[in-house]
Design a protein around this ligand. Structure first.
Ligand code: CP
Ligand code: NVA
Length: 308
């Protein structure tokens, strides 16, 4: 049995196998073919934080696969009142076939998974957002950008940045990250990614200079400056991130046909200008839609390993 907690646990071949499956499942879905890959299976979905895309894509996804999704807000289950993670995991995993969790602690997610009898999927933690990156890579593939891929990430060194680090390190593409001073990526995660990069050939650089990071990029990406749970830091962050907006000037330093990705929700006028967001919106919303296809593939892949 496998969990999907971070791309650190996945080989390049496994990531590409899931992406291939996502391509197949997307084609089928677009042709109105809804194969029941997971008949009568239940996906428990525990949310300790807000969500639009993750909730809708997982719930729709499991339904299209022939199963059913259970939305479990932490405010409504006993976990929110202090029932231990270990007990919650041992109870829920006896009743459902797969569990997706969005919480504020990768450590707690891993603890939950260690007690679970069924596969656990990371729906975003403080450290990683791996399901988003599977959708992002599917989008890059559909845009024919996987060859000589150079991704530039400009913004906060957060769960998205860490996930880009892991994807680049595993797949072997170039990634340059620019964060403001004081908002750098987690040094342990960076060290792990650099170790994987040695094997895969990924060229990973980190700096505090967005203009250097985007030079020659074929994909430019960013994320909110104020992640969930950081709302009270907004004023300080907005000041500290001055100069980190992805606007026409920054995009002009990337390759001419570079695409812009954003995991959403996007805050125009902060991490991205209205102009850049709207001129790339077709791809950004395909990226959002790809959450559905990529996560269906993740669920099917995990379910197949559980049954075998
Ligand atoms: N990108 C993403 O995970 O969106 P939600 O927070 O809406 O799920
Ligand atoms: N870094 C953001 C991602 C939202 C999908 C957050 O954690 O809120």
């Amino acid at each position: 049995m496998r969990h999907f907690l971070t791309l650190k646990d996945y080989s390049k071949d496994e990531i590409l196998e899931i992406i291939d499956l996502a391509v197949t499942i997307k084609k089928e879905t677009k042709a109105n073919i809804f194969k029941k890959y997971m008949p009568n299976k239940t996906l428990g979905m525990i949310f300790e934080k807000s969500s639009t895309r993750t909730r809708v894509s997982f719930e729709t996804g499991i339904y299209q696969l022939g199963g059913v999704g259970l939305f479990l807000s932490s405010n409504d289950i006993q976990l929110g009142r202090g029932e231990p993670i270990s007990d919650t995991s041992r109870v829920i995993s006896r009743m459902v076939d797969m569990i997706m969790i969005r919480n504020d602690s990768q450590k707690e997610l891993e603890e939950f998974a260690s007690y679970s009898k069924v596969p656990v999927i990371n729906g975003l933690t403080d450290k990683f957002h791996p399901v988003q990156l599977m959708a992002d890579y599917l989008t890059i593939l559909e845009c024919n950008k996987t060859e000589n891929l150079k991704v530039a990430y400009v913004g906060d060194g957060n769960n998205m940045t860490h996930s880009w680090l892991m994807l680049a390190a595993k797949i072997g593409f170039d990634l340059s990250i620019a964060t403001p001073i004081g908002y750098e990526v987690d040094s342990e995660i960076l060290a792990t990614a650099l170790a994987f990069a040695k094997e895969s050939g990924a060229n990973i650089t980190v700096s505090n200079d967005p203009e250097v990071a985007v030079v020659d990029a074929t994909v430019v990406t960013t994320d909110t400056w104020v992640s969930m749970g950081q709302e009270e830091q907004k004023e300080k962050r907005v000041k500290d991130f001055n100069g980190y907006i992805v606007d026409a000037h920054l995009m002009s330093l990337a390759q001419k046909d570079a695409i812009f990705l954003h995991c959403l929700p996007a805050y125009r006028g902060y991490e991205v200008s209205e102009e850049i967001f709207e001129s790339h919106s077709e791809i950004i919303f395909s990226e959002a839609e790809n959450r559905l296809h990529a996560q269906k593939a993740i669920m099917v892949w995990l379910d197949q390993r559980r049954d075998s």
